[in-house]
Design a protein around this ligand. Structure first.
Ligand code: NAP
Ligand code: MG
Length: 482
């Protein structure tokens, strides 16, 4: 691996952190440190924002055409694919993901650059008929310098999801990846330089959230923020943005339901439901973490689910099983705490997956667990666990299903399982959620599909053309030509 972990990439150069501090990064599958990263301070963020500002205002990046930007993005997509084995290995080591999951993440990452590479010169303005003697045009312009704070769960995909649309529109970007998983981003900025992105278009500053991240969101040189992570930090980011009158997108996770009616095709539903919670060890903002089942089929459903779930296997990346470790010892403790409290509350365990023999004893492993007949007022029924923990709750009828689906503060993704077409449509309309799937879940990485939340899941839209709008602003031009 060529990655230089311990420096920031600013203005096209690898720079040591100004105060010289570094911090270790750990391998989740072994608990061992495998490198040092820059523990950046306000001074490093100042340098990165300054480099982005110069690139946008006076540099080669600010002079690029949309077509040129599209070509750079497309070239980066190609380079990601041709370096996929190396990138996947870095990602799997840094996050503990099973190998095939990391491989799929790198393909999705490339898709972001392919999609927005093609879209870059297709964001057109409009002409509005107005008073006689006037010509009115609406232009789409980049915000300027955009700040991006990333989580640790899908570091490679997130790099593409947030940067590709921002760059397609022409923003100059500053990225603060999560301290617990930033290695892939550090390699990707090298590939971006190879793809032709000029200095200052992409800057990366690693370090602690409450230091480097907060300095970025509070920086008066930043014109727009994109944040993915916890609701608590999302609120901090929004307040920091408000202090200097900028807006942000917040993608804050969820407690996404599967609503399973008695007429559903259970054979099709069960494997999808299992995958939607064990994939990435449940550390997915859009994980399907609640199953709401019509009471008439509850027992049949629970038996089929238990059978499938008890086959789930957990292991190290190279074992390539269903599930890997949790990202850090801290998160492992948090997830295990949810499981232990639910057990102590007497909630029935329907099934558990197995941790494979031969995993390192210091790895951050948790046994995937399904709880049944979960009381609606127990924390595990409505709080995001962010681990491989599934709760099953019965409902009485359609009205009760809607009430239960909408009963958490979140609203990111939902699925409805029924063969009744009219019911499908009613549920899609009534569920409070950024995406609703019918007889499927997730539908692939969904790069083309607008994505984002309501309530505690956040606001703003990423993916699809929607992201190009969020990463740009309109300017209305009124010309009096007499
Ligand atoms: P987090 O603290 O919200 O971290 C997300 C990002 O925000 C990281 O880059 C983090 O930096 C940064 N950050 C932390 N404090 C900050 C601050 N005061 N100002 C600016 N940036 C700051 O999330 P976490 O602690 O890693 O995970 C906790 C919970 O968040 C999880 O259990 C899960 O519920 C949720 N989560 C959701 C998603 C999602 O996709 N929606 C992703 C991850 C986590 P550092 O980590 O580098 O310090
Ligand atoms: Mg790591």
């Amino acid at each position: 691996m060529k990655v230089d972990f311990s420096r920031n990439f600013i203005g096209g150069q690898w720079l040591d952190p100004v105060e010289g501090a570094t911090m270790p990064v750990y391998e989740p599958a072994t608990g061992k440190a495998f490198g040092e990263i820059a523990d950046s301070s306000q001074a490093d963020v100042d340098l990165a924002v300054g480099a982005a500002r110069r690139a946008f205002d006076d540099g080669a990046w600010g002079r690029t055409t949309a077509t040129e930007r599209g070509r750079m993005l497309t070239r980066l997509g190609d380079l990601i694919l041709s370096n996929a084995p190396e990138l996947s290995a870095i990602e799997a080591r840094d996050t503990g993901k099973p190998k095939s999951v990391a491989d799929a993440d790198i393909v999705a990452l490339a898709r972001y650059f392919e999609f927005y590479g093609g879209a870059a010169d297709k964001l057109h303005g409009e002409v509005i008929p107005y008073l006689g003697g006037y010509h009115v045009g609406v232009l789409n312009e980049p915000h300027g310098v955009t700040g991006h704070i990333l989580p640790w769960n899908y570091p490679a995909q997130m790099f593409g999801r947030t940067l590709a649309p921002a760059l397609a529109v022409g923003n100059a970007t500053v990225l603060k990846p999560a301290e617990d998983a930033c290695a892939t981003s550090l390699r990707l900025v090298e590939l971006a330089a190879e793809a032709g992105f000029p200095e200052g278009a992409i800057n990366i500053v690693t370090g602690k959230g409450h230091v480097a991240g907060a300095a970025l969101a509070a920086h008066h040189g930043v014109d727009f923020m994109s944040f993915t992570g916890s609701p608590e930090v999302g609120q901090i980011i929004q307040k920091l943005c408000a202090d200097h009158y900028i807006t942000c997108t917040l993608e804050l996770g969820g407690k996404s339901p599967h609503v399973v009616f008695a007429d559903a095709d259970l054979e099709a539903a069960i494997p999808v439901i299992v995958k939607a919670i064990v994939q990435n060890s449940g550390q997915t903002c859009s994980a399907g973490s609640r199953v709401l089942v019509e009471r008439a089929i509850y027992d049949t459903f629970a038996a089929l689910l238990a059978d499938a779930f008890s086959k789930v296997r957990v292991g190290a990346p190279e074992m390539d099983l269903d599930c890997g470790p949790i990202i850090t010892a801290k998160q492992q403790g948090r997830v295990q705490g949810f499981i232990d409290r639910a057990r102590a509350d007497g909630i029935e365990v329907i099934a558990q997956g197995q941790i494979a023999d031969g995993v390192a004893s210091d790895g951050y492993f948790v046994r995937p667990t399904v709880f049944g007949h979960v009381p609606r007022d127990n924390a595990i029924a409505y709080e995001e666990v962010f681990g491989p923990v599934l709760t099953v709750l019965p409902f009485e009828d359609e009205a009760d299903a809607v009430r239960l689906a909408n009963s958490t503060e979140y609203g990111l993704v939902a699925a409805v399982w029924t063969r009744d077409g009219a019911r499908q449509m009613r549920l899609v309309k009534k569920i409070r959620s950024g995406q609703v799937f019918v007889n499927c879940y997730g539908a692939g990485a969904g790069i083309e599909l607008p994505f984002g939340g309501a309530g505690k899941s956040g606001h703003g839209r990423e993916k699809g053309f929607a992201a190009l709008h969020d990463f740009s602003k309109t300017k209305t031009m009124v010309i009096n030509h007499g």
